[in-house]
Design a protein around this ligand. Structure first.
Ligand SMILES: [Ca+2]
Length: 372
């Protein structure tokens, strides 16, 4: 096993016997013009080459720092086995193979959702994403329509969510979920409780679903498969929708479609309702309305000082809220309904929900235009 926690020192040790490499040539240096030095030089050169090879081999090992047995792994395992019928030794040996992922810690401190809308929107509202969405809809039309009949969530929304999450299953993440969740649970104190819980759900999920915990890949936050469900959502909301009696969000598009629709239904989606309307707002009404947050709280018709277009009239009695976005052409205001809020349960961001809504509308226009 190559183990070199201090690669610099390893190189120094090897070079210590090769004085001709010294930066400070000394008088009486035995390599200077002396006889019988060639073999020594060669030996030293071989030593340096060997050291370089060992160093190269060791570097991944250096990057792959594990977790502390006593301080991190064992307390978690004890907590786990006290709550669930899980084999302690199996959990322990699994966590010993988890490694700290610095990329995860870097990514979570700069999420895309921290950008203003004018910078966030172009990430997702792109012709390619809309075009591929139309193709995805055509290809999986039967499943999408069945999901709408069953859960009330229209195809455009399911397609747009899968499009925003993974570009229709083509980018599902390359980090081992075990590493990501362990890193966030043990090395990211701000959200340690949440990610410890997700790590717990992950270990239960792989046991229940018969998955290989060392091969399941996902996003930096441990989201998995075509719809990027985190472990607790997978356990609580994923369904078998293609009829093979397995819930497979990694390989089954049908299961992904059914699971997204069911997730939204369980989080308050209202069949047939709109998502959001552009709004104009009397300046005096703004602070209080924005202060109230994005969870719908007042009937649309009763939002004082707010006007939406004619398309809003059918939803006058629905609970509504107001949001503000920093758009490319200035500040935008939108009235949002329960369906907008349901999308934010998928990713707790008004930017995310608005990207899904606008991509869905774009895909719908192109789908209907192409089909008509
Ligand atoms: Ca299935």
């Amino acid at each position: 096993m190559v183990k070199a926690p201090f690669p610099g020192r390893a190189r120094g040790d090897t070079d210590a016997g090769c004085e001709f490499r010294s930066a400070r040539p000394r008088s009486g240096d035995r390599f200077r013009g002396g006889s019988g030095t060639l073999a020594e030089r060669r030996r030293c050169r071989r030593g340096r080459v060997l050291a370089s090879v060992l160093l190269a081999l060791a570097l991944p090992g250096v990057a792959a720092e594990g977790f502390d047995e006593a301080a991190e792994i064992e307390p978690f395992v004890q907590h786990l086995v006290s709550r669930h019928p899980v084999d302690a030794e199996r959990a322990r040996s699994l966590l010993r193979r988890a490694v700290v992922e610095q990329r995860v810690l870097d990514a979570i401190t700069r999420p895309a959702e921290a950008k203003p809308w004018r910078d966030y929107r172009p990430i997702f509202l792109r012709p390619e994403r809309a075009e591929r969405g139309v193709g995805f809809w055509r290809e999986h039309r039967a499943d999408l329509e069945r999901a709408e009949r069953q859960f009330g969530v229209p195809p455009r929304i399911v397609v747009a969510i899968i499009g925003v999450e993974t570009l229709y299953g083509s980018r599902t993440g390359s980090l081992r979920v075990l590493d990501s969740l362990a890193t966030l649970a043990f090395r990211y104190p701000r959200r340690s409780a949440f990610f410890s819980s997700e790590l717990e759900h992950f270990l239960l999920l792989v046991q229940e679903e018969g998955l290989d915990p060392l091969s399941v890949k996902g996003s930096y936050a441990g989201a998995m498969g075509i719809p990027q469900f985190i472990s607790s959502s997978y356990r609580n909301f994923a369904i078998d929708f293609d009829g093979d009696a397995r819930r497979d969000l990694v390989a089954s598009v049908g299961d992904a479609i059914g699971s997204v629709a069911r997730y939204l239904e369980r989080h308050g989606w209202r069949r047939g309702d709109a998502v959001a309307f552009p709004a104009s707002v009397a300046p005096g009404a703004l602070p209080e309305l924005l202060e109230a947050g994005m969870k719908p709280h007042t009937a649309l018709a009763a939002l004082d000082g707010v006007r939406v277009g004619a398309e809003g009239s059918a939803f006058a009695d629905r609970p509504a809220a107001l949001i503000e976005l920093q758009g490319a052409e200035g500040v935008e205001h939108w009235v949002v309904l329960d369906n907008f809020y349901a999308i934010t349960r998928y990713n707790h961001s008004k930017l995310y929900a608005m990207a899904v809504h606008q991509l869905a509308e774009w895909i719908l226009r192109d789908f209907e235009g192409g089909s008509g």
